[in-house]
Design a protein around this ligand. Structure first.
Ligand code: APR
Length: 238
């Protein structure tokens, strides 16, 4: 019988996927989306995070995204981000699939990150079909040279996920022997169903979260606690 609260040593696996959500950045100071003090408790997505809001009032949507950029820039990657990057360096088949748009995995040293919900640090012009990285704050100018608005390259509510990005995530997870889900409430689909792919192929699945989620019962191991502490258990210093 598996002891579900025991943390297996990740060095025992070959193809690890870290599947992360807002909780992995919580200890860096970035608020989560749901729960007390969460972003969606303070803001209405219909005003700031959907295509209809952008069509109605692009300046307001950009102001809000500039605030999110400022918040992320003021925060540093935490130990969980750094240890995930260390696992990727030591075991190069490791993949990071994140729902986060804050860029903290990359700043923490991760080299390959599959960003399911886009990035605060990319903008796109849908008319020209251009996507560009941009780390300035505040983001300026807000209009492309063609005259259209630059749009945050973020998957907003009601947007479809990018087909190629979800294909890469799916392939990584289908081929993994261990999936570690960290800090996601498992409420937002289709991202939330990706860990089920790992379960289907027989990978060892580990959930790290201080709280239960709707999918907790399906994981082989559930580590109840903050990301930094639980990552240290999963990746003990050698
Ligand atoms: N360590 C690990 N997990 C934590 C920590 C912590 N220190 N603090 C909180 N959590 C957990 C919470 O218990 C919760 O289950 O992180 C989870 C955060 O859940 P959400 O706020 O719903 O974030 P996420 O699952 O990433 O949201 C998915 O929703 O609005 C959209 O596009 C947005 O990508 C986001 C998606």
């Amino acid at each position: 019988m598996i002891e579900r609260s025991r943390a297996p040593d990740l060095r025992g696996f070959e193809r690890i996927v870290f599947f992360t959500g807002a909780g992995v950045s919580r200890e860096s100071g970035i608020p989560t989306y749901r729960g007390r003090g969460g972003i969606w408790e303070r803001f209405d997505y219909r005003e700031v995070a959907c295509q209809r809001a952008f069509a109605r009032d692009p300046e307001k949507v950009w102001d809000w995204h500039d605030e999110r950029r400022a918040e992320a820039l003021a925060c540093e990657p935490n130990l969980a981000h750094r240890l995930i990057a260390e696992v990727q360096r030591e075991m190069p088949a490791t993949e990071v699939v994140t729902q986060n748009i804050d860029g903290l995995h990359q700043r923490g040293g991760a080299e390959r990150v599959i960003e399911l919900h886009g990035s605060l640090w990319r903008v796109r012009c849908d008319r020209e079909g251009i996507v560009k990285e941009d780390f300035s704050h505040p983001f300026q100018p807000r209009r492309c040279k063609c005259g259209d608005w630059w749009r945050p390259d973020v998957v907003w509510f009601e947007d479809p996920l990018d087909h190629e990005t979800i294909r890469r995530a799916w392939t990584a997870i289908e081929n993994c022997d261990c999936l570690v889900s960290i800090g996601t409430s498992a409420n937002v689909y289709p991202a939330a169903e990706l860990p089920l792919v790992a379960m289907r192929v027989g990978a060892v699945t580990i959930e790290v979260n201080p709280e239960d989620t709707p999918l907790s019962g399906l994981y082989a191991h559930c580590l109840r606690g903050p990301a930094t502490e639980m990552m240290r258990r999963l990746w003990p210093e050698s």
